[in-house]
Design a protein around this ligand. Structure first.
Ligand SMILES: C[S@@+](CC[C@H](N)C(=O)[O-])C[C@H]1O[C@@H](n2cnc3c(N)ncnc32)[C@H](O)[C@@H]1O
Length: 282
């Protein structure tokens, strides 16, 4: 069952897909969970991973830095690992980022991390969302927000970029299926300006070239997400059934043939933006 505007599946398979996506994302950022611009190197920090999904980022971070307190926050806690697997300083809690932030989360965190929120964040929500994330931070705390750009995907084939016509056609069809999203993702092109407008300082933007080893698995991850989301999207937009069917046939036929024969891979145009909450004295 999907929650609110988020329509991808919520199952052990979807948790596995998100874990794979997390690993591939990390690879593209030189295996860094946090950008080196985040100057808080001491332990005993309190860190939030918002829209945490499976909680993979929290547990991965804990395995590398076990002396911090890590809280994964989401509107759906069905995908996080069972409580008895969790270390004592990792926990998961309900938080709806699009509503007023409850008092217990205000000024609580040294670092707030968020990754892949694009499916539920439209342009008009960004200002309020950045305000919420700012409120959650302690003075001097850091926000790191990572996204891909679903409208700027680049398909690589073994012979070079943009040589995968069926994959590109499938991508174009996705924009017809979600036209409202297309109108509402301009913030992805100007994240630093949006951070600055929200009052963040020391803003850093990073957009790495993808590592070749990630291209094909990221392509398969995308196709898997489309398959996973198919029923949910049909349920939500019944009038789009026809275009969805065309897209399904293309995905299962021509696109898979291109993947097999041309070695098609996907560059999702991953990016991270980092900003710091001003110190109270500034
Ligand atoms: C694509 S998943 C990303 C999960 C995780 N950050 C990752 O990188 O694997 C998006 C997550 O956003 C959550 N979400 C959707 N709407 C939300 C909201 N209003 N507040 C908080 N989380 C939300 C979903 O439940 C889902 O877990």
């Amino acid at each position: 069952m999907s929650t609110g505007k988020y329509w991808l599946g919520q199952s052990a398979w979807s948790a596995t897909r998100l874990r794979l996506q997390h690993e591939l994302t990390k690879t593209n950022f030189n295996n860094r969970l946090l950008d080196p611009a985040i100057a808080l190197q001491k332990e005993n920090l309190t860190i939030a991973d918002v829209a945490t999904g499976t909680g993979a980022w929290c547990l991965d971070f804990h395995e590398k830095h076990p002396d911090n307190t890590i809280e994964g926050l989401d509107v759906n806690l069905n995908e996080v690992p069972p409580k008895k697997w969790l270390p004592g300083n990792v926990s998961f809690h309900y938080l709806d980022l699009l509503k007023e932030v409850p008092e217990e989360f205000v000024g609580r965190y040294d670092i707030v991390h968020m990754q892949y929120a694009v499916l539920f964040v439209r342009d008009r929500e960004v200002e309020g969302l950045l305000g919420t994330l700012m409120r959650m931070l302690k003075p001097g705390g850091y926000l790191q927000w990572g996204e891909a750009h679903p409208l700027q995907y680049i398909f690589h084939a073994a012979e070079g970029k943009e040589k995968a016509p069926a994959a590109r056609r499938l991508h174009d069809l996705q924009s017809q299926i979600h036209p409202s999203a297309v109108e509402n993702w301009t913030y992805l092109d100007n994240m630093p300006a949006r951070f600055q407008a929200a009052g963040f300082q020391d803003v850093v933007f990073v957009q790495p070239e993808p590592k070749p080893s990630t291209l094909q698995p990221i392509m398969m991850n995308w196709l898997w997400a489309l398959e996973e989301g198919f029923e949910g999207v049909v349920g939500r937009f019944p009038e789009k059934r026809e275009v969805l069917e065309v897209s399904r046939r293309l995905r299962e036929g021509e696109v898979m043939r291109e993947v097999r024969e041309l070695g098609v891979g996907l560059d999702m145009r991953m990016r991270r933006c980092i900003g710091r909450k001003p110190l109270a004295t500034e």
